[in-house]
Design a binder for this molecule. Sequence first.
Ligand code: GLY
Length: 407
Amino acid sequence: MHPSATPSKSATKHPDVLVIGGGIIGLVTAWRTAGRGLSVAVADPAPGGGAAHVAAGMLAAVTELHYGEQTLLGLNLASARRYPRFTDELEEAAGQRIGYRRCGTLAVALDADDRAHLRELHALQIRSGLDSQWLTGRECRRLEPMLAPGVRGGLRVDGDHQVDPRRLAGALLVACERAGVVFHRSRAERLTVDGGRASGAELADGTRLSAGQVVLAAGSHSVRLAGVPDEVLPPVRPVKGQVLRLRLPQMPAGSAAFLSRTVRAVVHGGPLYLVPRESGELVVGATSEEMGWDTTVTAGGVYELLRDAHELVPGITELPLVETCAGLRPGSPDNAPLLGPTELPGLHLATGHFRNGVLLTPVTGDAMAEVLATGSLPEEARPFSPTRFSATAPGPERVRAPQEQPV
Ligand code: GLY
């Protein structure tokens, strides 16, 4: 659909594509698909919210590399490479900035165990052909003078950047509206299936929507949609993350920033990151808790984040604490997303992005638009087909999340 086009009556009632879930993954799918000339509707009571409202927005393909996730690394890098162009296109479409900042990342070690762990990560990065430089503790502190004197060494990764996820979500919402995407501000309660094909959804406000194709993109809540046949229910689960937001001091002109890049570390065995934004916000994250659908901010969570952040950057305790929040990452059995058609004709998935939802936004939008417009998933997205978890799939045993009732 042409930008700023008003959707026709039939597109409103029976769009080509219905996206269930208006977080960043649902919105980027809707925006990119509308850009391919299809009529698109999104069902979500509060589009632009979701996990992105909590996320720090690290684009950390290299510093968040984990053993056994080399296939995911390929998709992460493909998406990171798209960010500059994606940012230009989105900012132009929405007329607002998304806070993409090419600041680089420093991952540091505070003790001998952390240092050994970081050395292993460095070796894996080098084996994977990635750009990462080992620094001594002194070199780390020269780059970031606010780091604790005890820092034992670190990895400088100039290619791991950041974006502001709240701005990203806001811009996607505007871009969707300008592209003619229709929003139904109500929760999808049930998938409808007719003649063995996904045909639409029933919403909490009683609306019944029919569509040519349906995309389930409701993050960890994707597993809660009623009416999805057992065999195609996405094996996603909520993984809680608590996050703090602090305010950085205004530094006198010409003096160094409090932190000039993202700083990460493993402290007491838990990953910690500090993401300084140009807006003056400093995001500190994140816990990782398997607590079901609970999003309570706990004293223990806040305490641990502040304790670890203080160990890493002692000056942090002087900063105003302006917000605490918790969100749910959509975890999948192999920590990678589920993208594209399911074995139920007409039903696609775009969920399970776990730690990488913000990073994977550009590549997800492109892959979903391509498969919705042409029926064919791009090469780079094929390893992430939901069918890898189907009962008949070869390879790793299928893992399923327990089916839940809608709430
Ligand atoms: N990618 C950061 C997190 O999931 O906490």
